[in-house]
Design a protein around this ligand. Structure first.
Ligand code: PLP
Length: 428
């Protein structure tokens, strides 16, 4: 990542100074310096409180209950059946598996596997499924996917293990007819997101899951953007596997994720090692959950996940979902008034994710101004989902603001006002 020279921006002065200055014909270096200094002083004086709107990447802050659970875990010796005779009061992996089963309404707590992240979950599932197949097969994915889906699939395709069809979304949605039109006689795998991290659209998985279940197609659903923000009932949605990450809406810390695997026979483990069980055998155990968990787990990460699950259960997922919707609606209404030169990619997103571009300002620069002049953290660029950017913004990327349950309506209003000011400045 190149280091960007610092610049500061004052609403109403047009394009930012520093890199932007080069683009303003007739603007001397001296003029730049004068205005830069003025803005610098203003930005220093403003002392705006930090507004964090990058929750679709990693949520912040975490609820105090999550921090307390991590502290509790670290303050006492770890305990896990098979790995310690005794220790802290809590077997965190066992407790978190039970909590996950309750949270996602799943039948089998032991079919929840802890991983490092959604990316780790996808790699284990995709490589493990491909390994299980006798020969090459056909797989389907969509243009909404994150690179954590696209890259392992691309890698497996490069190795000749599978052939891949990418289905195009329509208005941000993937339908069963679109999936059906891509089917081939040897289609054995479909991988798709539950919620787009760019467009904020929520996919109707159930009909696709039911179709896959009745046609022996393994359906992997990427719940990185929905787990913790949307009520999910795995008993009513017969997916092959559902994966999540801990550090987004589930309010856990970075470094913990997982997946639920309906039928463990369909996937081979891609790693072997110590499990604290059946230690005489040199063959890795085939029972769940040990089949997919080798090595000492991330206890503090699991504790944070447990803390997040309990917090969200206490608040109620319906309330959490509604608040996300209300926050993004409030922000959208704040940036939709008048012609501000804003290209909005989903006028009414299902998830608390709003992506847009300012017509006269590069999205990286706009993000930099929001951070430096307003203390607002968003995310800019490609959001690790290159295919959908090709369709919506010609591959240049966009600004994304994403809300968590802990954001406030006031933060949304202030952020919308800031975007309006930046847009007005850029339009001059
Ligand atoms: C839709 C989607 N899938 C997968 C991931 C990868 O998550 P992680 O970084 O936790 O592996 C992300 C992260 O942004 C995402 O938005």
């Amino acid at each position: 990542m190149p280091v960007r020279p610092p610049f500061f921006w004052l609403p109403g002065y047009g394009l930012p100074f520093g890199p932007g200055c080069e683009r303003r014909p007739g603007h001397t270096k001296e003029q730049c310096r004068t205005v830069t200094n003025t803005v610098l002083k203003m930005a220093e004086k403003s002392g705006d409180p930090l507004i964090y709107l990058n929750n679709a990447a990693t949520s912040w802050p975490k609820p105090p209950a999550v921090l307390a659970e991590v502290a509790r875990c670290l303050e006492s010796p770890v305990f896990e059946a098979g790995r310690s005779t005794a220790g802290g009061a809590m077997d965190y992996p066992a407790a978190a598996r039970e909590a996950l089963a309750g949270f996602f309404r799943a039948e089998e707590p032991d079919h929840f596997i802890f991983t490092r992240s959604a990316t780790d979950s996808l790699n284990q599932l995709l490589h493990g499924f491909a390994h299980r197949q006798a020969g090459p097969f056909h797989a389907i994915t969509t243009d909404l996917e994150h690179n954590s889906v696209l890259r392992p699939l691309h890698h497996l395709e490069g190795e000749g293990r599978l052939s891949l069809t990418t289905v195009s979304s329509d208005g941000g949605y993937i339908t069963l007819p679109a999936i059906k039109s891509a089917l081939l006689p040897d289609t054995r795998l479909i991988v798709m997101t539950h919620g787009s991290n760019v467009l904020g659209t929520l996919q109707n998985i159930r009909p696709i899951a039911e179709y896959c279940a009745s046609h022996e197609i393994f359906l992997i659903v990427d719940g990185a953007q929905t787990a913790g923000g949307v009520p999910i009932n795995l008993s009513a949605m017969p997916v092959g596997a559902f994966l999540f990450t801990g550090h987004k809406a589930l309010f856990g810390i970075a470094g913990i994720g997982g997946f639920y695997l309906n039928d463990p026979e369909l996937v081979d483990p891609v790693q072997q090692g110590g499990t604290g069980s059946d230690s005489r055998s040199l063959a890795h155990p085939s029972e769940m959950p040990q089949k997919f968990e080798a090595g000492t787990p991330n206890y503090p990460g699991i504790a944070s996940l447990l803390g997040g699950l309990r917090y969200l259960e206490g608040e109620g997922l319906g309330k959490v979902f509604r608040k996300g919707h209300d926050l993004s609606t409030l922000f959208l209404s704040g940036i939709s008034s008048g012609d501000l030169g804003i290209d909005l990619y989903t006028p009414a997103p299902d998830l608390p994710v709003v992506s847009f571009n300012l017509r006269n300002l590069d999205n990286d620069e706009a993000g930099y101004i929001l951070a430096k002049a307003y203390n607002i953290i968003a995310r800019t660029g490609l959001h690790c989902a290159p295919l959908i950017h090709d369709r919506i913004d010609g591959g240049k990327g966009c600004i994304r603001v994403s809300f968590s349950y802990l954001n406030t309506p006031d933060e949304c209003r202030l952020a919308a006002k800031a975007v309006r000011e930046v847009a007005n400045g850029a339009d001059r």
